[in-house]
Design a protein around this ligand. Structure first.
Ligand SMILES: [Zn+2]
Length: 535
């Protein structure tokens, strides 16, 4: 820890003067950023749900802006890269779930007690004993195994989301992805998962999650993308009702939740109840698209390499009304990120002489459905996969307060983290690593799709620095995150947005012009993906 810090300070001292020499240090004021958001998050974009007419309209706007700015199309059909998806909706009237206690069925209320996770291709009927597996994590590199010694064959596991404190946040986040988690459980013979959200890290209140439970989920078409094959049942259990699961086990949910809040180890034990569930899924083919634009670099060699700036353009669409509003506009999530890409692309196009490497601007679809567009793009990029040297992703960076500090997700994983620190500090902004590891944000946006293909990546968010500011961010999550009120009628700090755009542009130029391509830190867990790509 200390060694790394000293090293990065040393680099900062050596390299800071380079930024002062930038030829065109134009700066943004946030106004153009807000103009784009006014279009993308307007009600007539209908919340930009994946595959919807609203999203197509938003994409047409972005394509128009890219054309006008003179960016080259770099998709499959012009700027577009088509993405094939399957949507799945639960037919709730034909579905049910119950706990079986001493041979008697106690019906569970769908929505109140449990929600079916339709991202998993649920089996029509499941009946199985339950076992509590703590966090349900198996992390060989840290000799941590919640599953050790447990008999999982034919069982549905019950787990609390989260991780013990000895697991670094990026690693914990990685092993909590649906695919990684399922690998270990499947190897042990489990047939399903009941997950209980950790009350210490719930971004969205249960009532709101429940309200939109019948909104279709989506998956990429193709076996290569099916990470939960063999998972027959996937339920999310309301933490407020979780004692129904633990009655008779000698444990209470409150006792377990307190341990999970402190990131302490959790016990493992069989439950006295078993689960019986029926799920009917309605499936439909959906077409959507990523958008890809190129800004060529000028170095004869390095122009064949790309620095990728990405942001998801989709949001969650039209849903159940909250305070009479049905349109989930997604202004901060993530019209704001799209607007940064448009501003930065247009600005750099005006000064292409600054760039050695080429830049790729990727507007991905299906993020809200599970990083689907980026997963597809990273697996089937429209440029040579080995030519992508770095990904910087922007998702919900939230300029709610003046920009004094950035949270850099993935900061310790690659030397991109050092670059971000130096660039931020050059304009008087400090940086911090992920302050809330329980929320798993590192794997919750599109940078993760690039990381899994060996590409060093980062995501940057504006960080609150005082207790009042922290409360502002927490309130935003509780009230506006994935709610209709993430719309144009909310206070944002335009100067902070502009400064953020300056930093993103400086960082892009810095990475595009560096003699060396970015490298994973040798001790980063994510090195393994880069090694796998090289082989
Ligand atoms: Zn979102």
């Amino acid at each position: 820890m200390v060694r790394k810090l000293l090293l990065s300070l040393w680099i900062a001292v050596c390299l800071v003067p380079a930024y002062a020499q930038l030829e065109h240090p134009a700066s943004f004021d946030g106004k153009s950023w807000w103009e784009h958001i006014k279009v993308l998050a307007a009600d007539d974009m209908e919340g930009r749900d994946t595959g919807s007419p609203g999203l197509k309209k938003a994409e047409a706007y972005v394509v128009g802006q890219l054309k006008a700015a003179g960016l080259q199309p770099a998709g499959v059909k012009g700027y577009y890269q088509p993405v094939k998806l399957e949507s799945r909706r639960l037919a709730e009237k034909e579905s049910n779930a119950a706990l079986i206690r001493d041979g008697k069925a106690e019906a569970l209320n769908l929505g109140e007690d449990v929600i079916f996770n339709t991202r998993v291709d649920l089996a029509p009927a499941v009946e199985a004993p339950l076992v509590f597996v703590g966090y349900g994590l198996s992390i060989p590199e840290k000799d941590f195994d919640d599953l050790a010694g447990l008999v999982l064959k034919g069982k549905v596991v019950v787990l609390i989301s989260g991780s013990p404190s000895q697991i670094p946040s990026a690693l914990a986040a990685h092993y909590q992805t649906a695919g990684e988690r399922w690998k270990a459980l499947r190897a042990g013979g489990a047939i399903g998962i009941i997950s209980i959200p950790n009350p210490a890290s719930m971004d969205v209140p249960w009532s709101r999650t429940s309200l939109n439970r019948l909104h279709p989920s989506m998956e990429l078409v193709g076996a290569e993308f099916d990470e939960t094959a063999g998972e027959k049942l996937a339920l999310v259990f309301n933490p407020a009702h979780a004692d129904k699961l633990f009655a008779g086990s000698g444990h209470t949910f409150q006792e377990l939740a307190e341990l999970a809040k402190e990131r302490k180890p959790l016990p493992h034990f069989p439950l006295t109840v078993s689960i019986r569930a029926k799920a009917k899924l309605k499936k439909k083919a959906v077409e959507s698209a990523n958008l890809v634009a190129r800004l060529p670099g000028n170095d004869p060699q390095l122009k064949n390499e790309y620095v990728v700036l990405s942001a998801h353009i989709d949001h969650v669409g039209i849903g159940e009304p909250v305070n009479g509003d049905r349109i989930y506009n997604g202004a901060m999530d993530n019209a704001s990120g799209v607007a940064v890409l448009l501003d930065v692309a247009a600005s750099l196009k005006k000064h292409p002489e600054n760039l050695k490497r080429s830049l790729l601007f990727v507007f991905v679809t299906g993020e809200e459905k599970g990083l689907l567009g980026s997963k597809y793009f990273a697996a089937h990029p429209t440029v040579d996969p080995k030519s992508m040297v770095a990904n910087i992703n922007i998702d919900m960076f939230r300029p709610l307060v003046p920009l004094k500090m950035l949270t850099v997700l993935g900061m310790a994983e690659s030397d991109l983290g050092d670059a971000a620190r130096q660039v931020a500090e050059s304009v008087g902004v400090s940086v911090q690593a992920d302050p809330q590891p329980l929320r798993n944000v590192f794997v919750r946006s599109d940078q993760y799709s690039f990381i899994r293909h060996g590409i060093p990546a980062l995501a940057l968010d504006i960080a609150p620095t005082t207790p009042e500011e922290k409360q502002t961010y927490q309130d935003w999550l509780t009230n506006r995150y994935h709610a209709p009120s993430d719309d144009l009628d909310q206070p944002v700090d335009l100067a902070a947005a502009g400064k953020y755009e300056d930093i993103i542009r400086l960082l892009l130029v810095r990475v595009a012009n560096d003699a060396e391509r970015p490298q994973w830190k040798p001790d980063s867990f994510f090195c393994r993906y880069a090694e796998a790509v090289k082989e």
